[in-house]
Design a protein around this ligand. Structure first.
Ligand code: C5P
Ligand code: MG
Length: 286
């Protein structure tokens, strides 16, 4: 077992199985590999010096362009629905209607703020959204080795791309599935495009993107990274999958959720602000 996997914040329920899985991924090599990852709180950092970092939505919500009255609405929505998102006792099915409500209400409030396309760069720059340490290395290395990376996010596509551009680089091997903003011909935000992606309907989004997975059908090994139980479904729709290694970042409500995460994810990283573990694994495979 690699040194990085022996740190005390790394939880592996079945070490023997994970070791076998890693050996298989290493043996099959980079030509069989693809990465499927969540964005908010997986590629992006959860907190810095005890303070929460912004999600894609928070970047807009906290922006100076949002009037106080709207900020209050968005804060109240977060206080109502985020505890449901991370509740350890409710089932995914029970959470789904609440997530639909949160995303729909937040999106219409954001749309009512008259954002313009050119405001996004500034909003990201003024926010404390940032990538985990080691993302920059991971992105450039996956690009260099031509390993495809699907970023599957219930956040906001335009914002996550801007966060990646400001802190690293968007590469040609990256493909994003997310909620994209719809701007009119004057550059004014008028809505969001396509089907809504929220934390717990990524399985549906995965099936809608089966064309993408079909083009990668020879890449039968997956490394999946997420921070939510909903992220486990991001690889639904991958044809001929052979091996999947699931790496989960557990950032919040830790004690209540650790057991479930250990059941669901092969490797659980608790309060880890880095990409050290996934990167150590990639170094062995590439
Ligand atoms: O990229 P990911 O799928 O993780 O993006 C979803 C995250 O965005 C959720 O974990 C949720 O907490 C957060 N969110 C938010 N504000 C909203 C809706 C979702 O911060 N209005
Ligand atoms: Mg997330």
């Amino acid at each position: 077992m690699m040194e990085e996997l022996q740190k005390e914040n790394v939880y592996i329920k079945d070490a023997e199985r994970v070791e076998k899985l890693l050996c298989q991924l290493i043996q099959d090599g980079k030509s069989k590999l693809q990465i499927i990852t969540d964005f908010d709180m997986t590629l992006s950092r959860f907190s810095i010096n005890g303070k929460r970092c912004a999600t894609c939505h928070n970047v807009l919500e906290n922006s100076s362009l949002v009037p106080e009255s709207k900020k209050q609405v968005l804060d109240e929505l977060r206080d109502t629905y985020y505890p449901i998102e991370i509740n350890a006792k409710m089932t995914i099915e029970e959470k789904i209607p609440f997530m639909m409500e949160w995303w729909t209400k937040a999106q219409s409030t954001i749309v009512a703020c008259n954002f313009r396309r050119e405001d996004l760069t500034r909003a990201v720059r003024e926010s404390n959204a940032m990538l985990r340490d080691g993302c920059d290395w991971q992105f450039s290395t996956l690009h260099e080795h031509k390993v495809p990376m699907l970023i599957f996010s219930a956040g906001i596509g335009d914002i996550l791309e801007e966060i990646i551009k400001q802190h690293s680089q968007m590469y040609a091997n990256m493909r994003v599935v997310s909620n994209y903003m719809d701007f009119n011909h004057d550059g004014m935000l008028v809505g969001f495009k396509g089907d809504l992606v929220h934390t717990y309907n990524k399985n549906e989004g995965a099936l809608r993107n089966s064309d993408y997975f079909t083009t990668l059908k020879d890449r039968r090994n997956i490394i999946l990274m997420g921070d939510s139980m909903g992220d486990l479904r991001m690889a639904d729709g991958v044809p001929n999958m052979q091996h999947i290694l699931k790496i989960g970042f557990l950032n919040d409500n830790i004690e209540e959720r650790l057991e479930k995460y250990k059941e669901a994810y092969d490797i659980v990283l608790v309060s880890d602000s880095t990409m050290d573990v996934p990167n150590a694994i990639l170094k062995k495979i590439l």
